[in-house]
Write a protein that binds this ligand. Structure first.
Ligand SMILES: [Zn+2]
Length: 424
């Protein structure tokens, strides 16, 4: 890993160190040595320079008493960490906006060092974490290493190469790819999920994989508008990557006018138990079972725009997202498992109707609603392409169709993005 001059400059200014000199346009080692009564040799030695060329923004020590630049890539060097109270959460901008207008030549993945309290996304909905015990009651815990922020879709953390998507949209599933020694032992979180309407936000996840390639699947919850922040911890290094979000204007709210018979199911006394059962199933975190690309559940394409549509179900009811894609199909059309997995729900429920849920492992599940006939049992292993049931119009449905959901740790992602693709 190499810290760029720009990174050093930013690190110094963020950590409030003074006394070091920031290289300006036109500066040379010779001019700086002359201006500071130093020899060129001294400047080289003080700053471990291997070349005499300087970059604008580069930070140089001008005397031996000054602190070493903190972003120097030396994991053994203790680095000062600002107290938590010093991070002005409310005024902190997402680091993506900190990109300089005129950066010096820097490789992708330049580095900002930030105090551990830095939180790029304000999360007003989340209560403050409990205060630590008074210092007198417990020995001081070791300071958390500073959080580095890397911009770009590929960078290293503690010798592990991380690859992120360049950009995302709401409703996307994606993967954080980790390669190299130590990838398996990395811990991955999505701090940007704090404050979002999302199940198990900011969970600490362990990558899975083999042959040196490990992944953590991610999800961009419907309604999200801010960048996705992913935090990766390898050894003593903590790095946050930023994935910008493509603006995606929501379509008009579709007002469904359910017939009284179907609308009554919205207030069915069994609805709460049904939701609780599905929510519980979303908590499964086994290893991925699938090895092949995901396959279509029915031959027909989905209704365009049906996934993620904003809807009201009855006049005046709250606007909710439609978490699946709707595939029109004749009554009785066979429904096939989109990939290998274990059946975790199979039965008739008030809202989802004839429902099968398959746990594919890795926190990924597929759900098939409104079936007229269910042909699998809970606990059964299924293979990709196995017939699991038939298209129907049970539950909250006004005509035969398959409502297909593919969820990552309980959050809905665009099913079409999974089909015919070896994922992640
Ligand atoms: Zn639907």
């Amino acid at each position: 890993m190499k810290a760029t001059p720009f990174a050093l400059a930013l690190s110094l200014s963020l950590l409030g160190l003074s006394g070091a000199y920031t290289v300006q346009k036109g500066d040379t080692l010779y001019s700086l040595a002359r201006a500071n009564n130093l020899k060129v040799e001294d400047l080289r030695r003080l700053n471990n320079l291997s070349s005499d060329s300087l970059a604008v923004g580069q930070v140089l020590r001008l005397s031996a008493s000054e602190a070493l630049p903190p972003a120097a890539p030396n994991p053994g060097t203790p680095v000062p960490v600002l107290p938590k109270t010093s991070a002005p959460k409310s005024s902190t901008q997402p680091p993506a906006t900190r990109q300089p207008t005129k950066p010096p030549p820097a490789p992708s993945g330049f580095t900002l060092t930030l105090p551990s309290a830095f939180s790029p996304v304000p999360s007003p909905a989340i209560p403050a974490p409990p205060k630590p015990a008074p210092a007198s009651a417990a020995p001081e815990s070791p300071p958390r290493p500073p959080v580095m922020v890397r911009v770009g879709s590929s960078f290293e953390v503690g010798g592990v190469r991380v690859t992120l998507p360049e950009q995302l949209s709401m409703g996307d599933a994606f993967s954080v790819k980790l390669t190299g020694k130590g990838a398996q032992g990395a811990a991955v979180r999505f701090p940007s999920e704090l404050g979002e309407d999302v199940r198990q936000p900011d969970e600490t996840l362990t990558p899975y994989g083999a042959a040196g390639v490990y992944v953590v699947p991610g999800r961009v919850v419907l309604g999200k508008t801010t960048p996705v922040i992913v935090e990766i911890v390898v050894g003593g290094e903590v790095v946050r990557g930023i994935i910008p979000l493509r603006p995606k204007p929501g379509g008009p709210v579709v007002q469904l006018h359910l017939s009284p018979r179907v609308a009554a199911k919205l207030t069915d006394p069994g609805k709460a138990a049904e939701d609780a059962m599905v929510n519980k199933a979303y908590l499964s975190r086994g290893l991925p079972i699938w090895t092949k690309p995901f396959a279509a559940a029915v031959p027909n394409p989905p209704i365009p725009g049906s996934f993620g549509q904003s809807r009201t179900y009855t006049p005046g009811s709250p606007v909710t997202y439609h978490y699946g894609a709707d595939y029109p199909a004749k009554l009785g059309t066979p429904i096939r498992a989109v990939n290998d997995g274990t059946v975790v729900i199979a039965g008739l429920y008030p809202v989802r109707g004839g429902l099968v849920m398959i746990d594919h492992g890795g926190g990924v599940s597929s759900l098939y609603f409104h079936q007229s006939k269910i042909l699998v049992k809970v606990g059964q292993s299924v293979k990709r392409g196995d017939v699991i049931g038939q298209v129907g119009t049970t539950g909250i449905s006004e005509g035969p169709h398959l409502h297909l959901e593919i969820r990552v740790r309980g959050e809905a992602t665009q099913p079409a993005d999974w089909i015919n693709r070896l994922w992640p």
